[in-house]
Design a protein around this ligand. Structure first.
Ligand SMILES: Nc1ncnc2c1ncn2[C@@H]1O[C@H](COP(=O)(O)OP(=O)(O)OP(=O)(O)O)[C@@H](O)[C@H]1O
Ligand SMILES: [Mg+2]
Length: 329
């Protein structure tokens, strides 16, 4: 961090941890110390913020990441994986008291169970982020609000300060494991330029139980600058200037959708910060989300800008890709 003259397009703050992914897991897990064999196992970089940072770097944004990891092999794995993908991790904090978080994903059929040991994640605070790094960034993105309550508590004032000097902010709350969706999040959303929930999260944040995602998006637009809602295989939806803007997903045969939302975030921010219009930014984001599902883990199939643009422009199956069919629905 010596060279503070460096400017970053994007500073991502939040969670980084290894994901242990087991595939082909039977729906019924046996207890009683019985061993069950599954089809495959892999370890990959996880954490919504970390996956977003890698996606943005792959798309060409100068990206820095700040998070907390333990003084252990899991933490080194996460930081090395980020650095290998061109993300600046010089501002990360090592927690000498609590271990790195670890997620185990049990994937079977088209569903998955996600088990997370939060480790030092809840100990991240805004004061962990070097103010010089914040000043060096055009845009600050925060992921996983509900996993990091101390960071969450400081977010409204911190985002307000960032905006007051002309930089912009975005937030992907992700799920609230407690299911409470506490009221404090509204204050953070008021200081958020781009809010990036998925459908279930948008409904919960808007306090709606009727499943009307378009209404939830409209409602969130009253406080967030721009709500952008991720809709899995249905693509994405935003609310701008009194109107919904709807974009379909690409037709892919997903191998693993872990991190699709985070890759979508990276795509949206790269396009939006690059000066593209809303509908072009949504299309690029959807391409980044959809393309990322072609491989196991959050970062392995994240596209370059060229690849994402090519996917939008190529309506027919791309033989050269060899992995999957890509094209608009
Ligand atoms: N089955 C799918 N087919 C095609 N595209 C998909 C599929 N699932 C996800 N995507 C792409 O990824 C984007 C984000 O997906 P999703 O709605 O699952 O986000 P999310 O729930 O936030 O994901 P995450 O698990 O990363 O938090 C979608 O807008 C779409 O572009
Ligand atoms: Mg998500």
């Amino acid at each position: 961090m010596e060279n503070m003259a460096t400017t970053f397009d994007l500073l991502v703050v939040g969670d980084a941890n290894p994901d242990v992914v087991l595939s082909g897991v039977p729906r019924e897990l046996r207890v009683g110390q019985r061993e069950q064999l599954v089809a495959a196992g892999a370890i990959a970089l996880g954490g919504s913020a970390a996956i977003t940072a890698c996606g943005a770097s792959r798309l060409g944004l100068r990206t820095a990441f700040v998070g907390r990891v333990g003084d252990d092999a899991l933490g080194r794995f996460a930081l090395d994986a980020l650095a290998e993908r061109g993300v600046d991790v010089s501002g990360c904090v090592t927690d000498f008291e609590v271990a790195t978080a670890l997620t185990v994903i049990l994937a079977g059929g088209d569903d998955r169970a996600i088990l997370t040991a939060p480790g030092c994640l809840p100990r991240l605070v805004v004061e962990d982020v070097d103010p010089r790094l914040v000043r060096a960034a055009r845009h600050v993105h925060v992921s996983s609000y509900f996993l990091q309550p101390r960071l969450a508590a400081g977010l409204p004032a911190w985002f307000a300060a960032i905006r007051s000097r002309g930089a912009s902010t975005s937030l992907d709350t992700n799920d609230d494991p407690s299911g409470r969706w506490d009221d404090g999040v509204a204050a953070a959303i008021e200081q958020t330029d781009v809010l990036l929930p998925n459908e279930a999260e948008a409904l919960a944040l808007a306090g709606r139980t009727d499943g009307d995602v378009i209404a939830a998006c409209r409602q969130l637009a009253m406080t967030a600058g721009l709500p952008v809602v991720k809709r899995g295989a249905r693509g994405a939806l935003a609310w701008w200037d009194g109107e919904p803007v709807i974009v379909p997903a690409l037709a892919v045969e997903p191998m693993d959708t872990v991190g699709a939302g985070d890759s979508f975030n990276a795509g949206f921010l790269a396009a939006w910060l690059g000066g593209r219009g809303l509908s072009a930014s949504l299309r690029l984001a959807v391409a980044c989300g959809s393309l990322s599902t072609r491989a196991v883990g959050g970062t392995a199939a994240q596209p370059t800008l060229e690849q994402a643009l090519a996917a939008i422009k190529t309506p027919e199956p791309d033989a050269a890709a060899g992995v999957t069919r890509v094209g608009p629905r």
